[in-house]
Design a protein around this ligand. Structure first.
Ligand SMILES: [Zn+2]
Length: 369
């Protein structure tokens, strides 16, 4: 049973603790740790959303983020809990903590973006919200090495945040993700992820949501596109990594990345919030196992992006939307990374130098211990 306690940081940002220990919330109430720092009050709107007429996509311009904390030494980490000597972003010891990003790409203002048209230079405040989720108070380690109970609390935290952010004014999509590894631009080593509440449907999600809806309607509401892809992978079998009671994982038929895994619930659910307790339990087992498989491929930890594809908030896309995790890594050899160059970065046309079937075989063989 996860309990949730919401409080405020010195500059007004929200901080939420998620605890599994039954007395944790009470102990924190009794000791009442609070943020004693002198922080400047937050500005109203920090970034801007600009509409790109050529692609029909919104772009967030967040020049203020240039000054954010970048790979601080362990004794300056903002995610380690405050102690007698140093005050950080999190005043109390904790299991899982979520707080509003001090350097957000979206927010803190909430609102609806204007309906874009072909007029050039349509701009608005970058409405929305960006949150940081710290998976543990321990500075070292990784998500894959967290114990089951902790992962289970993180799943509940993702679910609660997805539900709460989806209900906020103007929010059209909630994206939970983790970037791991300095190689792909991580700015803090402490195990953590992020949660974005976008004021639009992200470009890739918009395309996927339309395809998913078309497939769902054609099937007479009997089948989602994701479940049909999952069924095809399970029948074929060659790219499967693991099959559970509620979730299965495979390397997709048309994988774009040297390492790519999809983890999919068997039952159609639009987002993490809709998972049952039993499904969350299995997710908390299987997901860290997949991360450990990635790490066991090479002699050093593999950088990855773990991206939860959740259905947009709009009702039209909920029945056809089917939650899944897309886990990707640009690592193509012990000391080689794939870079997004001309074809991928400019055209969006991916070229994968690795056969998905070979990747699946290697991941199946990778010990999960
Ligand atoms: Zn830390």
């Amino acid at each position: 049973m996860t309990t949730m306690t919401s409080t405020r940081l010195a500059d007004g940002r929200e901080l939420i603790y998620f605890d599994s220990a039954p007395d944790a919330a009470k102990r924190r109430r009794d000791t009442a740790p609070s943020d004693g720092r002198q922080l400047d009050p937050r500005g109203g709107g920090t970034g801007e959303a600009r509409f790109d007429v050529l692609t029909g996509e919104w772009v967030a311009v967040a020049a203020h983020r240039q000054n954010r904390t970048h790979l601080p030494p362990a004794d300056e980490c903002p995610l380690c809990p405050s102690d007698g000597v140093r005050q950080t972003e999190i005043p109390s010891g904790y299991e899982v903590a979520v707080f509003e990003n001090r350097f957000p790409s979206f927010g803190p203002q909430l609102g609806a973006l204007p309906a874009p048209d072909d007029a050039p230079a349509v701009r608005a405040p970058a409405y929305g919200r960006c949150e940081v989720i710290s998976f543990t108070e321990d500075h070292v380690g990784s998500f894959g090495s967290l114990p089951f109970e902790r992962v289970r609390t993180v799943v509940d935290a993702w679910a609660q945040r997805t539900e709460a952010l989806s209900a906020m004014t103007g929010v059209q999509q909630v994206f939970c993700f983790e970037n791991r590894g300095a190689e792909i631009g991580v700015t803090l080593h402490h195990p953590h992820g992020q949660i974005y509440a976008y004021p639009f449907i992200a470009p890739r999600s918009a395309g996927m949501a339309k395809l998913a809806r078309r497939h769902y309607l054609r099937s007479g509401g009997l089948e989602t596109l994701t479940s049909s892809a999952l069924a095809a992978e399970r029948t074929d079998g060659e790219r499967m990594i693991v099959e559970g009671n509620h979730f299965s994982a495979y390397v997709p038929f048309a994988a774009r990345w040297p390492l790519e895994i999809h983890l999919v619930p068997h039952r159609q659910v639009p987002d993490i919030a809709a998972l049952t307790g039993e499904e969350r339990d299995e997710l908390a087992e299987l997901y860290p196992q997949l991360l450990r498989r990635l790490d066991n491929l090479y002699n050093s930890p593999t950088p990855y992006i773990a991206a939860w594809h959740q259905a947009p908030v709009a009702h039209d896309f909920r029945p056809s939307g089917h939650l899944h995790l897309q886990l990707t890594s640009p690592r193509r050899a012990e000391d080689k990374l794939k870079y997004l160059a001309g074809s991928e970065a400019a055209m969006g046309a991916f070229i994968n130098d690795t056969a998905p079937e070979d990747t699946a075989a290697r991941l199946r063989a990778a010990d999960t211990a």
